[in-house]
Design a protein around this ligand. Structure first.
Ligand code: TUI
Length: 316
């Protein structure tokens, strides 16, 4: 059994969070992950409030366990989504792609646990001061919107800078990564890419297969010049982004190329011109299996990796 302070804080069995991925973190996936003892998270992404409310209600029907919603702070619907998660008394909120600012005190007042994703120490400290219950330190290995620092560098520096629990994310998909994160001092992990390949994940089959076929160098960060760098699988869209970068294109051109591309990949399965957001760990993800098996395989591997390390030390 592997338990940490995060398990008590969130009332979950395993200290594992499923990344709140836009279009990917649906009610079905979130409920499957929560029912398996980890924390399932609905990704609000750019969706309007009504859609998020119906996903929340679906999750409530599918699980009695703790679940969360991720608020993507670049969304035009942040305010209405915040109203809805308050009305629906969602127990855990994670945030991404920005500074949640005043959201934290508003959510905390009604007893919601708030866990922002941070890409750097300065942001982690700010979140602690503003009352966050924990932070997710996400390295640049992650899929989607990313910061600059690697998980290995970021996590211990964030841990040394704050007193609240730190959850590691970016580049983790198995028991070895999980134990490494604990060794760095993290109280848990968040994983995205591996959960895209859960049976219960409703993304198009092409999206799952693209991750399974990807190798270690299968991803690239696009759109650095826009200030919103995004890691996706290398494909024709990624090459078009590279061309814009070489031509020092303006923000509008990136926006025109990027609009609707995540939905195209997730819903229509357009893996050539769709935005197939995925992390560097894609090369390690080799099968589609139930969320419960993903979680239990990771925990079982973590227990044997941890005891193998202990033996190594005893023998010296
Ligand atoms: O949010 C994510 N990953 C995402 S969001 C997303 S939807 C999207 N689509 C197109 C363009 C942009 C986004 C896809 N993937 N991960 C969490 C995360 N948050 N990573 C990095 C950050 C972050 C970055 C800057 C958090 C805070 C931050 O603060 C900047 C500031 O100072 O305000």
């Amino acid at each position: 059994m592997i338990r940490t302070s995060i398990c008590d804080m969130l009332d979950i069995k395993y200290p594992i969070l499923q990344g709140g991925m836009a279009w990917v973190g649906t009610a079905e996936l979130a409920a499957a992950v929560s029912n398996a003892g980890a924390l399932g998270i609905i990704g609000a992404g750019n969706a309007p409030g009504d859609f998020v409310r119906s996903e929340i209600r679906k999750v409530k029907k599918l699980t009695k366990r703790t679940f969360g919603v991720n608020i993507m702070l670049l969304s035009p619907f942040v305010d209405e989504v915040t109203d809805i998660v308050c009305e629906e008394r969602v127990p855990v909120i994670t945030t991404g792609a920005g500074n949640p600012g005043k959201l934290i005190s508003r959510l905390k007042k009604i007893g919601t646990k708030v866990i922002p994703v941070v890409p750097a120490v300065v942001m982690a400290k700010r979140m602690e001061q503003e009352g966050a219950d924990a932070v997710i330190a996400e390295g640049t290995e992650a899929g989607g919107h990313v910061g600059e620092l690697t998980t290995m560098s970021l996590v211990p520096q964030v841990i040394d800078a704050v007193s609240i629990p730190v959850i590691a994310a970016g580049g983790i998909a198995d028991g070895r990564g999980f134990v490494s994160a604990l060794a760095l001092g993290a109280q848990g992990v968040q994983m995205g890419t591996v959960f895209v390949c859960a049976n219960e994940c409703t993304v198009h089959e092409n999206y799952k297969m693209a991750i399974i076929k990807a190798g270690d160098r299968g991803t690239v960060v696009t759109g650095r010049a826009t200030g919103h760098p995004v890691r996706i699988l290398k494909n024709k869209l990624a090459r078009e982004f590279e061309k814009l970068e070489k031509a020092s294109a303006g923000f509008e051109e990136y926006e025109k190329l990027g609009v609707g591309r995540l939905k195209a990949a997730v819903i229509e399965g357009d893996i050539d011109y769709g935005s197939v957001m995925a992390g560097q760990i894609s090369g390690l993800v080799k099968e589609i299996k139930p969320a419960k098996d993903i979680i239990e395989d990771i925990i079982n591997e973590a227990v044997s990796v941890a005891s193998a390390i202990t033996l190594l030390i005893k023998e010296k």
